[in-house]
Design a binder for this molecule. Structure first.
Ligand code: ATP
Ligand code: MG
Length: 370
């Protein structure tokens, strides 16, 4: 019997029923929880391009911690991060937010609640540190710990990150049960952690969510299709796996679209046509969800730089891009920096540039103005 529900879930951040190639990073995280205060896995940095599964892995980490009866606070870096964290730290088990029952103080005629003073930028590091300590002391009585996950760390405010890192460092020094994971685009490392104050984070292990090996994609496809009652041939599996290029988001899109194509015919046998149609549809969906939004925020000159890059099959030196654009090296370097900052391109170890967003090269080739 064919299962009624498509087993693939191409939803951003959604926990996929199928999580391929991440066993090691998950095990490292679990070891951190189980090996006690001071274990390396208790402070983790997770980076990867768009759609590589950072949000999903944070969700899995949260589940692993909850299974050990830890409390979990899941946050996304944006303005007011520390304020929100203080709120969440104090709101354990639906306790009244203590801020709201604090008396008001008067300053030079103006009335300001103690709560607001506590949350002023100047006092925030101290407030956060205390809120964290109180929560951890309370949890310790239940022999439980606290996991904090921060998503989109590249967008964090520097002051927030310093306050957070400092607060966590104090808890670890006091031998309290805390774990923290920062996930974000790779530039978070250079932007935020190259800072004297945050040296302690620099020592944390960085886990780069790389592309999944095609062989692993293939066997996961085989299991998932067959377990859902779909018959799929070996050569169809090869084709489907190849089409993903190991890019996690594309894995869900391709799997979903092929499964759906067979399902539309009310069939439980995948045909070669289903595979072709599914791959084509997945490519269109990927263009719409990743490539087009990525290009929308860019200027015409940014795009000209990318189109010049797309003429090459792999990483390319900026001088070659400039030459192809018919511009000076300085001119090209300017756009190179803008695109690096936006993480549309990345710098390789040899100082060349390559696309950071998978399939963008193919998209540009297919849709270039020239
Ligand atoms: N290891 C994996 N195996 C299979 N599919 C995965 C894996 N990791 C993520 N996915 C799928 O890829 C898609 C993108 O995942 P997710 O939203 O977590 O990426 P992200 O890195 O957070 O992206 P962004 O930078 O845009 O926030 C989701 O549909 C998810 O189900
Ligand atoms: Mg995400």
């Amino acid at each position: 019997m064919r299962a009624l529900e498509n087993p693939f879930k191409p939803t951003a951040g959604g926990e996929p029923p199928l999580l391929i190639g991440r066993a090691k990073v998950i095990r490292n995280f679990e070891k951190g929880l189980d090996n006690g205060v001071g274990a390396p896995g208790r402070i983790m940095l997770v980076t990867g391009a768009r759609g590589t599964g950072k949000t999903v892995i944070l969700t899995v980490f949260g589940d692993k911690a909850r299974a050990r009866h830890w409390d979990v606070i899941e946050e996304t870096a944006s303005e007011g991060l520390c304020e929100r964290l203080v709120g969440e730290l104090r709101n354990a088990d639906g306790l009244l937010d203590r801020l709201s029952i604090k008396p008001s103080l008067s300053f030079a005629g103006a009335s300001i609640s103690l709560g607001e003073a506590e949350l002023s930028p100047k006092r925030m590091p101290d407030t956060l540190r205390k809120a964290m300590a109180e929560r951890l002391i309370a949890l310790d009585k239940k022999h439980a710990g606290l996991l904090i996950t921060i998503d989109e760390t590249q967008a964090a405010d520097r002051a927030d990150l310093i306050a957070l890192a400092t607060a966590v460092q104090h808890q670890i020094r006091a031998r309290r049960n805390i774990a923290i994971v920062f996930a974000g685009l790779p530039q978070m490392l250079s932007d935020l952690f190259n800072d004297e104050v945050i040296t302690f984070l620099r020592r944390a292990k960085t886990n780069v969510l790389a592309d999944i090996p095609i062989g692993d994609v293939r066997s996961a496809f085989a299991t998932t299709f067959r377990e859902s009652g779909m018959t799929i041939s070996d050569s169809q599996l090869d084709q489907a796996a190849e089409a993903t290029a190991g890019y996690p988001y594309m894995i869900q899109l391709v799997g979903y679209a092929i499964w759906d194509a067979a399902d539309m015919r009310m069939s439980s046998t995948v045909t070669d046509q289903d595979v072709r149609d599914g791959i084509a549809e997945a490519r269109t969906d990927l263009d719409n969800a990743v490539c087009i939004p990525e290009l929308n925020g860019l200027s015409r000159n940014d795009r000209a730089y990318l189109e010049a890059m797309a003429a090459y099959d792999g990483p390319v030196a900026t001088a070659a891009v400039a030459e192809r654009m018919g511009k000076s090296d300085n001119y090209a370097a300017n756009y190179r920096k803008r695109l690096l900052d936006a993480y549309v391109i990345r710098e390789t170890e040899r100082g060349e540039v390559d696309f950071a967003v998978p399939f963008l090269r193919e998209y540009l080739r297919a849709h270039s103005a020239a």
